[in-house]
Design a binder for this molecule. Sequence first.
Ligand SMILES: NC(=O)c1ccc[n+]([C@@H]2O[C@H](COP(=O)([O-])OP(=O)(O)OC[C@H]3O[C@@H](n4cnc5c(N)ncnc54)[C@H](OP(=O)(O)O)[C@@H]3O)[C@@H](O)[C@H]2O)c1
Length: 311
Amino acid sequence: MNTQDYRMSRRVFVGSLAAALAAAWIAPAGLRAADKAALRKTIPGTAETLAVIGLGTSQTFDIGSDKAALSGLTEVLQAFFSNGGELIDSSPMYGTAEMVLGELLNRIVRRDRLFAATKVWTDGRQAGIRQMEDSLQKWSINRFDLMQIHNLRDWQTHLKTLRAWKDDGKIRYIGITTSHGRYHRELEQILRNESLDFVQLSYNIEVRTAEERLLPLAADRGIAVLVNRPFQRGEIFRKVKGKALPDWAAECDCASWGQFFLKFIVSHPEVTCVIPATSKVHHLQDNMAAGFGHMPDTAMRKRMADYFEAL
Ligand SMILES: NC(=O)c1ccc[n+]([C@@H]2O[C@H](COP(=O)([O-])OP(=O)(O)OC[C@H]3O[C@@H](n4cnc5c(N)ncnc54)[C@H](OP(=O)(O)O)[C@@H]3O)[C@@H](O)[C@H]2O)c1
């Protein structure tokens, strides 16, 4: 795509901005004052904490130069930062997503802390370096906080480069990703044998395989965990369509199914951050609210999982 074609016009931007400013977060009703601070988790082996609700960009940010969609995503991004969001996850695999993100990051009003996470997804050392440099340009930032090897692709090659980049201060953390249960055996070997800061995997109330080996292993190895596909790409909402939340969901401040699903994930002790994707500001608000209020304890997590399974 021609970058020139891609620039958002000032008129569109100003319109988006007005809408974005109207999208400030309203605390979920009934929250006690003490619960109004968002939950944060520590990155293992560091003193650094992260807000538990991040943002994914697969498909939702791959919108090319569609002006209406750009305007909508400006609101989404503005609301994300206004609600204390920090970690944004992308990849060169997601079409125009990184370029769109860079465009919008330059235009939003308030950008407190961005924790920038992307991936390398190619074969070969030089191609990997070129791709990561290209991603920096697209995001318009000087440094990624987290660089992940996407779906284990040519991981031995890229790991060497990432280690050198980390030593040089060009990235802060190194990670590796998978999704939907793919490559779990190989991933397990890598987590056991290599030194990594982050692992990204799929985990949600419907597909809980990661609980068996990967999450305990990440804990043993002191590796932070990012969770992708928290809603099974949205499929999970079909199962609860037309069904009311159980009354007891209010005990952990869940006001929607989205919050129920996200709180189930972030209350797992080994999960550091979850990265739901959305193109809609009201879904973004809903998702960010899951970082606030009471979190489910072990007994409540079991109750939630059992309830969902019985639906
Ligand atoms: N191998 C990898 O590295 C890998 C693989 C998969 C994903 N990821 C990362 O993980 C992120 C999340 O996964 P995903 O995008 O596959 O799927 P997801 O986050 O599980 O689901 C996204 C879908 O959920 C809908 N949604 C979001 N919030 C909602 C809410 N509150 N209520 C109702 N619907 C809601 C969105 O639709 P609307 O737009 O209508 O809100 C969207 O269709 C990706 O964007 C990507 O950054 C990485």
